[in-house]
Each structure stands twice: as structure tokens, then as C-alpha cells.
Design a protein around this ligand. Sequence first.
Ligand SMILES: NC(=O)c1ccc[n+]([C@@H]2O[C@H](COP(=O)([O-])OP(=O)(O)OC[C@H]3O[C@@H](n4cnc5c(N)ncnc54)[C@H](OP(=O)(O)O)[C@@H]3O)[C@@H](O)[C@H]2O)c1
Length: 316
Amino acid sequence: MKVLITGATGFIGKRLVQRLLQNHIEVVCTGRSLSKLDHYIGRVNILYLDIRDKEKVEDVFKKERPNLVFHCAANTTNNSLRILRRTNVQGTKNVLDACLEAGVDKVVYLSSISVIAGNKEACLNDCLPYKARNRYGRSKIAAEKLAREYRKRGLEISILRPSLVYGERDYHKVSLMVRLISKRLIPIAGRGENEVSLTYIENLIDVMMIAIDKKSAYKGTYIVADKETISFKDLFLYIAKLLEIKKSWFLPDWLVSIFAYCPFVGGYAKVFLENNICSIDRIKNQLNYIPKISLYEGLRRTVDEHKKRYKLKRNY
Ligand SMILES: NC(=O)c1ccc[n+]([C@@H]2O[C@H](COP(=O)([O-])OP(=O)(O)OC[C@H]3O[C@@H](n4cnc5c(N)ncnc54)[C@H](OP(=O)(O)O)[C@@H]3O)[C@@H](O)[C@H]2O)c1
């Protein structure tokens, strides 16, 4: 089997490459910042590909003729909707068109929990209607709708909706949180009672591997998250304990509410004012998937790697 990955240079893509290689699967890695894949040179085929370039995407797919495509490439910032749409929507369309043209058997598309995160339900589930909280979420809704459309046109597409992903060598939100907690620069917002669902990277990669040959993965959509949810307060205190630093400090509710309306930090402050949890019942029931690594173990590994990285830098 030959597998092609878009976004192989990203946080999730790189971990997927590693796992596919461990399973002796032939991999074609595509992305733009290819130096991030230097340590895979000689073991995988590495190709420059900007998914906004329709012709190039078609050329690469026709030449490589993969059996399965993991479509991970996306603009994951909260840029303007116009910029996001070019990569996340038009880019996804280019990839799906190229899959049809090149006769790709299956596509695993990484959507996101953000496509339903705007719903007010206490716990998000796969039956809720589309509702985003931000521009990124809106672009992912448009891309997921496209994926469903191509499904109707005969392409086998598995749609996975991970909640916030964290893990070793992460450079996204959880990693930033660990860094800020380690420097005691971030307080626990309010009473910290709101809860969050996170996804440990290796649990997500397990699901992506299951999707390779599980037929039922190509129907519906599947929320992916760790088994446990955690309150923001417990999350901060647990990370602080792993970092062996003094307890975090608290910011009163009223001050957090004010921050929520400030430019730049507002989006982050709002996260702490709401529950951010989701149900993984569908993936459990339909794909028999139970996350192997607990949230606490995932966080321990993440913080351990952070500590090593930090110590290394300090020694140099
Ligand atoms: N991380 C999370 O918490 C999370 C949660 C839910 C869903 N997801 C979804 O999972 C997927 C992967 O996320 P991630 O965390 O790995 O993101 P990431 O670390 O930001 O990586 C994004 C990847 O997309 C590639 N990319 C961006 N624009 C591109 C373009 N125009 N052409 C080709 N490649 C392009 C980047 O390649 P270059 O850097 O080489 O340009 C990079 O490989 C995304 O679809 C994201 O929406 C992520």
C-alpha cells in the first residue's frame, strides 16, 4: 500500500509519518517547509506541494497514484477568512479533485471539533449541527461539507474531528500553556471549574491507523478525544505538579470576563469561560475505539519532553 500525506511537515503529519514507517508502509510526504522532514530523507519520498496550486496537486497525485491519502494540510491559525478559505477550502477541493482523478481508494480527512464548537450543549457530540466559534472553525465547516459532497460522488472519505491535540514536540496551544505555566505567566482563570477535552497525539494516530482498513470509518463523522475530561483548574495544577513548580495563581472571574473582550487575548480568555468537552461515544460504539493512553499519562509525557527540551537549551 502507498500512502500520501498532505501536511506531513505539521505536528500531526510528522507523527503519522513515524507511525506509518514503523508499520512498514510506503509513504509519500508532501508539504512546503520540507526541512522539517530532514530526518526522514532516504526513508520516504518527500515532495514540495502547496495545496492551493490545483495543477501541481493533480500532477503529484497522478504521478504518485497513492492508494490512500491522509489530508492533514490546513492553515491552523485564525487568519482572515479569505486566507483560511484558500488553503482549508479551496486547497481541500484541489486535493479531493486530484484524488478522484488519480483513482485514490480512500481519504482520511482531518476535520476538527471546531466545526461544532459553537453549539451551546454542555458536551459536544457528532449529531450536533455545524456551528463554529471562529473563522478557523468556519473554514473547517466549509471543508467538511466539501468532503461529504465528494463522498456522495463516490470517494471513500473518513472524517475525523479531533479536539485540541497535544503531545511531545507540540508547538500549539497546550505546549504554549506548559511554557507559560512553567514561567508562572498564566493564571487559572476564575474558579477554573469549566472542563476541557484534549486529544493525546498518539491516541489520534491510533485512530488514523484504524481508519486505514476499517470500512465503518468511512461513514459519518468521528469526534476524537481522550477518555477523560479535566477542569482547567486541575489541568493547570497537574501541569504545575509535573513541572515541580509552585502552585499556579488565580485570576478572579470578573477580570477574566473583562479580558474576554480585549483584542488579541480575548479569544484565549473566552476559552476558559466555557466548557469545552465532547463525547467519543460514536467512535467507541461504531469503530470499537477506546483511547489507549490516559490524559494524565499523555500530559506527563508532554511535560517530560518539555522539561528535557528546556534543560537542553539551558545547557547550551
Ligand atoms: N493540532 C490540533 O489541535 C488539531 C485539532 C483538530 C484538528 N486539527 C487538524 O489537523 C490537521 C493537522 O493539524 P496540525 O496540528 O498538524 O497543524 P500544523 O502543525 O499547523 O500543520 C499544518 C500543516 O499544513 C501544511 N500546510 C499549510 N498550508 C499549506 C498549503 N497551502 N499547502 C500545503 N501544505 C500546507 C503545513 O505545511 P508547511 O508548514 O510545510 O507549509 C503543515 O504541514 C489540520 O487539518 C487541522 O485543522 C488539528
